[in-house]
Design a protein around this ligand. Structure first.
Ligand code: MRU
Length: 370
């Protein structure tokens, strides 16, 4: 397996200080991509490894790897592995094989913009290096671009945390929905990264996390991360969000995003829209934390594709004993995995390029373009 530029390797190692949990990474010694299987959290911590991009794609479909930035990083390394595999068969049909792998990786999950941004970046790096310098350079360029995406994600998360922490003060109780922590990114987290950063700065804050049905990212993943960090929290069912706000039990809400378009319309885990509505009704500031790679600047809300997942996720839950049915197996269930929060319900975006306030249709482009 090829290596990457030594300065990139050093930068990679310097990030370890931010990574209490390493949810995914590339093992340069073995030439394999490694990830923590989030399906098994909080009951078991099992790392999986592969050099086969098809296995990376399956891990994304099955949500062993999930969360928009983590999906982007996994997709990037997946395509880099595909380029290495195609190169090992010789030059004939190299770019066709890389394109085929790109299509396969892009067909895993439709909503997270980071996925498409990452595959385009790696594909372009591979294609350019191949055209200019041939196969070995193309393989190296793919791995370097994926590693850059990884490095930028961790650095961007820490910056989101730094910028967002200024919006929090001791005494705040922050409601969050879905998991946006280390387990949803290359490490550290976005919305949960803001909470983590504020806590690391010594702010006395606490968290209310929704359980986040159907896949229970809150009950399984947030509980695991918040426990590890020692941040006090309460777990609520999703439908308690309105009540806790009406009782003044939370002072701010921060969520992540899968895709934010130029108008500020934000796709995020199903239920986010209801949290935003309740927050507006009760005067609770509602923030969306996300890196630049989640923003699709050249599109409006019509570009957002809402993934529909298996009805079995609604008909059952993941438990310590595995999948358990909670209703009759033949019940007709509808399972949209994301919803769209309109910009007028969003107080501000917390990004790695600073806090973006309304009017979003002007300020998003101003902050992120170029
Ligand atoms: O279906 P998932 O678990 O991939 O959905 C994840 C979310 O909706 C997150 O809030 C979003 O990806 C941001 S993660 C930093």
């Amino acid at each position: 397996m090829v290596d990457v530029d030594p300065s990139l390797r050093r930068e990679l190692e310097s990030l370890n200080r931010f990574l209490r949990v390493k949810p995914l990474y590339f093992d340069f010694d073995e030439g394999v991509f490694v990830w923590l299987d989030t399906r098994l959290i909080p009951f078991k911590e099992v790392y999986r490894r592969t050099a086969d991009y098809r296995r990376v794609a399956r891990a994304i479909v099955d949500m062993e790897i999930r969360g928009a930035p983590a999906i982007g990083v996994a997709a990037a390394y997946g395509l880099a592995l595909a380029a290495a595999e195609a190169a090992s068969r010789g030059g004939d049909g190299f770019m066709e094989a890389v394109s085929e792998a790109r299509r396969r990786i892009e067909s895993t999950r439709p909503t997270a913009y980071n996925l498409f941004w990452a595959t385009a970046s790696v594909y372009n790096a591979v294609a350019e290096a191949y055209r200019k310098s041939g196969l070995d350079a193309a393989v190296r360029a793919g791995l370097e671009e994926a590693t850059r995406i990884y490095v930028e994600d961790v650095k961007g998360n820490v910056e989101i945390g730094r910028v967002g922490s200024r919006l929090l003060e001791s005494g705040d109780t922050v409601l969050t929905h879905c998991n946006t922590g280390a387990l949803a990114t290359a490490g550290f987290g976005t919305a949960l990264g803001v909470i983590r950063y504020a806590w690391m700065e010594g702010k006395d804050i606490s968290v209310v996390t929704t359980e986040t049905r159907p896949v229970l990212q809150g009950a399984r993943l947030n509980v695991w991360e918040l426990r590890k960090e020692g941040i006090p929290f309460k777990l609520i069912v999703d439908s308690a969000a309105g009540l806790v706000m009406s009782r003044g039990m939370v002072s701010k809400a921060i969520v992540g995003a899968d895709r934010i378009v130029s108008t500020g319309h934000t796709a995020n885990k199903i239920g986010t829209y209801m949290v935003a509505l309740a927050a507006r009704r009760h005067g609770v500031p509602f923030y969306v934390a996300a890196p630049a790679s989640t923003f699709q600047l050249d599109a409006g809300p019509e570009a957002i594709v809402i993934e529909e997942r298996s009805p079995d996720e609604v008909r059952g839950v993941i438990s310590e004993a595995g999948y358990v049915r909670i209703t009759l197996g033949d019940v007709e269930a509808y399972n949209p995995s994301f919803d769209v929060t309109p910009p007028d319900l969003i107080t501000a975006f917390i990004t790695d390029r600073g806090v973006i306030e309304p009017p979003f249709d002007v300020n998003i482009k101003r902050a992120l373009e170029g």
